[in-house]
Design a protein around this ligand. Sequence first.
Ligand code: SF4
Length: 381
Amino acid sequence: MYRQGVAAARAVGRFFGGYHQARSVKRRGMKLLLANPRGFCAGVYMAIDVLDQLLEIYPDKPIYVLHEIVHNQHVVDRFRHRGVRFVDAIDEVPRRAVVVFSAHGVSPALRRQASERELTTIDATCPLVTKVHMEAIRYAKKGYQIVLIGHADHQEIIGTRGEAPEAIQVVTSPAQVASLEIKDPQKLVYLTQTTLSMDEASVIITALRTAYPQIKDPPSDDICYATTNRQKAVHAIAPECDLVLVIGSKNSSNSVRLTEIAQATGTSAHLIDDDSELDDAWFDGVETVLITAGASAPEDLVRKVVRTLIDSFGGEVEQRDVFHESVEFGLPGTLKEFMLAQGVDPTGRTIVRDDAVALDTWLTEQDITHRTIQVTIGQSC
Ligand code: SF4
């Protein structure tokens, strides 16, 4: 395993007086490209901020979260260690307790169950997921049938479908278009999961348009800005690399899509939760590695991977600035109301956004050679 390789290199380095000798044990000059943007999106920053704030207000009372707050094992484990309890069903939450709905959103049926149990609900659903819910409600009210493109077992799709179950059919592949039951092709619209691969969605949309030429597009793109930007960055940079490392959890839809996109460019790619999953065998003959991270993966995990690779192989870091993101979401109204009821000012934020400048500072502190290159590939979001 990679860990063993690194440990051996470090041991040799210590024997000869430092990591510089350790690097020469392996090979010199690996180039690590870091895709910007990568990692946390505005929705994930907001969801994490919600739990951070609740933990401050309610240090001694249990806080429950329905499903994982975001799809990242490290984020969930860190909150679990701070006392947050994650549950898979509303009836696991004691009556009148505080429960947080995760960033992926919930169905109206779950909201009703929570109200029946007299729970205090704090809604950390990403506003861009809520936007898709609203579109579904609006079209269903107008009598449209809705084709929802996405993964049927993903919490976001379960939540959106729950808004109008009688009007919505889910498709995951072009082949499933043939089995749709459509009453009136004139009253048909498609919506999509926010974290789909743009390429994957476009193949399904083409199949839908071929079968139902009058199908309406959503009022605006449902695949969110963060998914789009991270995918475009990987599309642009992966072809010049020997290997792509995507940091994220296996149940993170957008992280899985980033890995697939990298592989589709012909470059070998692996999805890893953290540096402990690195494998020596992946690096044979590899000179250039692209590192990116899914929208729910913390930046400190990226830094650990960089540090581990530099310790083992030496080399330098190049940040590739593809898009600058400025999207930010305020705290949800349900949390603000709750804070006011507790006599707490709801205007503060606890979260600090990571950016290219912060990484530059860290690389300098770490004595890692680095530079930043601007890449122009299209519109920024
Ligand atoms: S990936 Fe997009 S939709 Fe999902 S939480 Fe982030 S911004 Fe919201």
